[in-house]
Ligand binder design. Sequence first.
Ligand SMILES: Cc1cc2nc3c(=O)[nH]c(=O)nc-3n(C[C@H](O)[C@H](O)[C@H](O)COP(=O)(O)OP(=O)(O)OC[C@H]3O[C@@H](n4cnc5c(N)ncnc54)[C@H](O)[C@@H]3O)c2cc1C
Length: 425
Amino acid sequence: MTDPDTSPISHWDHSGAEPDHSAPLDGDTACDLCIVGGGYTGLSTALHGAARGLDCHVIEAKGIGHGGSGRNVGLVNAGLWLPPREVRNKLGDTLGTSLVTTLGEMPSYVFSLIETHQIRCDPRRNGTIHAAHSPRGLADLTRRASQWQALGAPVDLLTPAQTAEMTGTRRFHGGLLDRRAGTINPMGYARGLARAARGAGARISTHTDAQRLRRENGHWLVHTDRGTVRARNVVLATNAYSGTLWPGLEKLFTTIHFFQVATEPLGARADAILKGGQGLWDTAPIMFSLRRDGDGRLIIGSMGAVHGPDGALSRRWARKQLARLFPDLGPVDPGTPWHGRIAMTPDHVFRMHRLEDGLFAPIGYNGRGITTGTLFGKALADLLSGADPDSLPIPVSPPRPIRARRLQTGFYHAAFAANQLWKSL
Ligand SMILES: Cc1cc2nc3c(=O)[nH]c(=O)nc-3n(C[C@H](O)[C@H](O)[C@H](O)COP(=O)(O)OP(=O)(O)OC[C@H]3O[C@@H](n4cnc5c(N)ncnc54)[C@H](O)[C@@H]3O)c2cc1C
């Protein structure tokens, strides 16, 4: 039986070079800005807040990167889940264009933070490939390519032959290469942000559970199991891992799971697979992802949770998918699978909520959190150190619970489990 408190939460938890420093809160304290959640959003808020002179304190219930930040695929994407035109249709021309532009520039910003703080997260800026699983998928990518190219973005539509050459499989009908994007070790980035935030003067307390929030004399009291933090402002950076700390927060999104499995290092036999080091995901409604790590492992994943005793079904799924994509690869031995939670919103656009005076909750990144979390953290730090609220990447909006959220979550869970089972046969 594995101990959930000491077992690695993902392949990234034990494969990165960035050290994991952790210490719990030691009694009551006070600060300008208390941040609940030690993922990209919380850590970027702390790093940028401390750099602007705010006294920041991060409270994390488990270890750094315990949520999506330490479990994801590591694709540093340039943009939202939606293509640029749909973003403009949903948010209007001015806001939509500015958001698309800002997020398009965010991979550069993430890679520059990695460089500045020498974050050891195996950064590779060779682009990502969105691969067409069908002729319809290719039509979607063709539309996306023309919209991005109209904005001057360095994206190329790949022919089936070019896609086969870059990916090592003839299974795709084409692809979209986004040269702005890249890959990282996601846990390495989270731990590196924590190190940089500490270096800038922020305090970080891990294994400290924020259990209650209370307003008193114009300040917030964040009661934890290890003491109370008193702060002028609080950012709830708990995203898909939000619990009951603020009533109704977990009702603002639908939860889906995404699981992954890493093979053993494959050496020369996998040389032709994603040989340029790009990360890949496909256009199928139940999408899958594929990338390499620095040790020559393949990491493959899809929507859904880990299933089967010790993840046996998920491992079988990985073996089958790799054999289908790369018939010449030979047998592989997938390690322990892991999954994480993704917070989805009905329109696939993230939210920045102001729940009360001095209490903020950015949420619902729809599976695009490396750039979004970094951006939202920076924007909140700017706002709380005096910037104009109009400078936020997206205006603050009132929280709106999602109707039939549990039903939707249950439906997706069952559909993804059935898909995993079917594709493992
Ligand atoms: C499997 C998977 C694959 C993904 N792939 C990608 C990808 O390739 N590219 C990409 O950009 N995005 C991807 N995402 C999305 C991305 O990982 C998330 O959007 C991002 O990590 C969110 O960061 P965050 O800091 O907002 O929240 P999180 O990283 O989820 O952090 C929230 C933290 O809050 C803590 N917490 C919760 N409640 C409390 C409490 N009461 N007290 C103290 N702490 C608390 C949790 O322990 C957790 O550590 C993926 C997500 C998953 C799960």
